[in-house]
Write a protein that binds this ligand. Structure first.
Ligand code: KG4
Ligand code: ZN
Length: 340
């Protein structure tokens, strides 16, 4: 007899997106996100404003996810939420909501590591998603993280290398701010770079020890360069915006590509699995695909809707936790710096 599918409501609130999704086993029935536009005025996420916005958005987003999935809350079989890492105030809103709902519906509660979720989106059952086999090289590139991870099993992940300072998405956003672009600048830089020359300006590519990367040097070099040039020509940025974006993007992507090549070679890994907001970047996607044949790699890129923060990634991770009977407790606390 076929067993009934798990119907999982997943909640993600680690940063500035309030998201809810409903999954039936590995299939996504709904994936809803309420973006917080309030942070644009400040050029970055303001933690206190983020947690307040989560409070006002969480109920409508969860409602929307249930309606779109055509599921009544009484049909649910589990509730999942992001335990960390992230902004503590934001995480607490999601976990308090998830805990209350699980308690009132008498359902298992499943805490999920956000970074594991970014990599596990590749296990969603959906047209256009190919699933990797263990072990593989997981690469998380987002606004808060840049990690090279040896993924041995669903929840057995070892960080081999990480950024020693800024994350790659942070470098996109901070350099974008310097050019007068709105937050988050990554998607705008990507768009503007399409018609720019990636070789017009050169920025340093650091050679870090081991498998680590660094993004603060290029950010400083970029800022100093712009400062110097605008002293000479006040319109330097607007006159060169597309070339600046293309050259910056080329450098930021090259830094992580070099490390991916190094780790893949030294660990004999030929499946490269990308996750996180910067996985949407067209230069990174093209450069990785171009290396498939050269290095005999298989590159796994998530569909764009599963790159930036979403709750489907929390739901798919929860599905595997349920399979392993790894259920959380109501006493589990949110952790801003949750490790793998
Ligand atoms: O994973 P995510 O939604 O949130 C974190 O966990 O940090 O990633 C957000 C980051 C931001 O820094 C944003 O600028 C960047 O992803 N991003 C991009 C693109 N789309 C989003 N960066 C470069 N190119 C893109 N197309
Ligand atoms: Zn994320």
């Amino acid at each position: 007899m076929l067993s009934k599918p798990e119907l999982i409501l997943a909640i993600e609130s680690s940063c500035d997106d309030t998201a809810a999704a409903v999954l039936s086993d590995r299939k996504v029935l709904s994936n809803c996100i309420a973006n917080q536009t309030i942070h644009q005025a400040y050029g970055g996420v303001v933690p206190e404003l983020a947690s307040r916005a989560h409070q006002s958005k969480i109920i409508p987003v969860v409602d929307q996810a249930l309606v779109q999935a055509n599921i009544d809350k009484n049909e649910l079989t589990a509730i999942a939420y992001t335990q960390g890492p992230g902004l503590l105030g934001s995480l607490l809103v999601g976990s308090a909501f998830a805990k209350s709902l699980a308690l009132s519906l008498n359902l298992p509660l499943i805490p999920i590591n956000h970074m594991q979720g970014h990599l596990l989106v590749h296990f969603i059952e959906e047209e256009g998603i190919a699933t990797p086999h263990f072990p593989f090289l997981g690469v998380t590139v987002s606004g808060g993280h840049t990690q090279l991870v040896l993924v041995k099993e669903y929840f057995d992940m070892e960080i081999l290398g990480t950024t020693l300072d800024d994350a790659i998405g942070e470098a996109f956003d901070k350099c974008g701010k310097r050019m007068g672009l709105d937050y988050p600048s990554g998607p705008q830089i990507d768009k503007l770079a399409q018609t720019g020359d990636p070789n017009k300006f050169q920025f340093p590519i650091p050679n870090m020890e081991g498998y680590h990367v660094s993004y603060s040097g290029v950010k400083t070099a970029f800022t100093n360069f712009i400062h110097k040039e605008t002293q000479i020509n006040a319109r330097f940025i607007s006159d060169n915006l597309n070339d600046l974006c293309a050259s910056l993007q080329f450098t930021l992507v090259q830094i992580i590509l070099n490390k991916i090549e190094q780790v893949a070679k030294e660990y004999h890994l030929n499946q490269i699995v990308i996750g996180g907001g910067v996985a949407a970047n067209s230069e990174l996607r093209q450069q990785l695909k171009a290396r498939e044949e050269r290095h005999q790699w298989k590159v796994f890129l998530p569909p764009l809707k599963y790159t930036t923060d979403n709750a489907a990634m929390i739901g798919i991770a929860a599905y595997y936790k349920l399979q392993k009977k790894q259920i959380g407790a109501f006493t589990d606390s949110s952790q801003a710096r949750l490790k793998y």
